[in-house]
Design a protein. Sequence first.
Length: 509
Amino acid sequence: MRRRDLLKGAVLLPAIAHADVGTRFCDFGAAPSSPERLDQGPFDIEQDQGWQTVLFTTPAERPLRNPGLGLVGYSWEESGPSLAARAGRETLEQHVDKISSLPFVDVLYIRCDWRNVQSRPGRLDLDPVWALTFDAGKRKGLRVAFRIQLSNTSFQPEQVALPPFLRDRVPMVNIGRIPGKGDTEYREPRYDHPEFQKAFAELNDLLAAQFEGNPLVEWMDLMQYGFWGEGHTSNYPNPFPDYVTAHRTSVSMTARQLDTWKKTPITVNTQPDISKVGNRTVIDMAVRAGAWMRSDSIIVEEPIQIDELANRPPWLAAVMEDGYFRQYDTTKLKPDESGINVLENYMLHVPDLKANYWSLWTEADNLARYNEMYPRGFERLRISIGYRLRPAWVWQRKRYGTFELIVCVCNRGAAGVPGVLWLHVSSPDGKLNLRGSLDAGHPFGGGIRQASFLLPNGYSGKVNLSAKIEIRPGVTKPVAWACEQPVNPDGSISVVLKSEKDPKWRKGV
């Protein structure tokens, strides 16, 4: 029997019992395990047989495309593609090509309604933007992320996010008037209704069958309650009959997704529980399961979200966006008294949260123009957000009758490593192949972490040092070193070891 089939009744009562307990986001349980954990010191010299510093590198100041960080261009947002594509001035193909061709875009993002991915039971019917986005990502070396919205205000009252085949099966609840549209009201589905839950389970499984573990997929946003899938319905009431039903439904839907998506990172929105649907429990569940965190604004935001994001567990990434100036229209960006335009002020708060991603939205022409006028913002973000790793020091020591290699990895980025960092030491001929992992999240942003490799007796000559991130258990991706010194075609950096008779061994210093 699958665990997801047990998500009902008494299983959920402990979560409900703790739902109103205030918490600071400082204890989310144990970090992910580090298999084949390397000795990480401290490395004293009580066995002082000799040592040398055999490599030291300087930090590079150029942008790097590594997994778990980057600037995010939107091929589709809640209202559609670019403004020009919506107005018919450019095709969808042209829009996707333009946004994916910007040199500072690292990730392509799709945020669309449920109706944009499924039109009938039993199969996915993906909008053309999906194939275009994945094709562009594959051709241009970009990654792809996405969110499926179960509710969206952008097209109401004419359209709701549900696919047509569900609209007659799931009750819709009027929750309040739509501003500027007379007596028409926003409508929310009864998420707890059996037909909704049956279809949602199928949607989750269909998406996982196609995208779970896809190497192009950077993350998937948790499909959450409410407007744009952000866990709220603004100042409007929720459609549930009572809090217990709302909480039970949110917890069940979260558990189902966490149980399904094991190879692809999930992000959870940090929206406070203003709609009384159990967000505090959802966030706690998701983060304890290794989900990344995200927020849809950075300045006009509650203190609790800033606290949660900045003090999240260091092995988790954070995704940041802000929709107030999403068009990057330079004619509408007023500078403050110091001459800083308001959007640059927004985006330069991203490193303050030790975040990994910043969203650029859909307007490729405006983004290019903005970067020409105000290049500092994107330049600073691309060399500060996320992690930036390099082997700052490498020592060779005489230990235990052989040589020991101690690698000190420095992180000049704002964030910790989003997962577990693996180090690999190999000989050019491939006969020597050693590896091991650091503790999750290490080295933290602005920090260092050391690790030891014992080499085969008498080994000298050249070795190559490389790194990978285990971004989800069993899923590793290579990492580019952020150093100015040259690296090999495979991304490794060479370390020339000293022989036993080298005259430069230090001892008794």
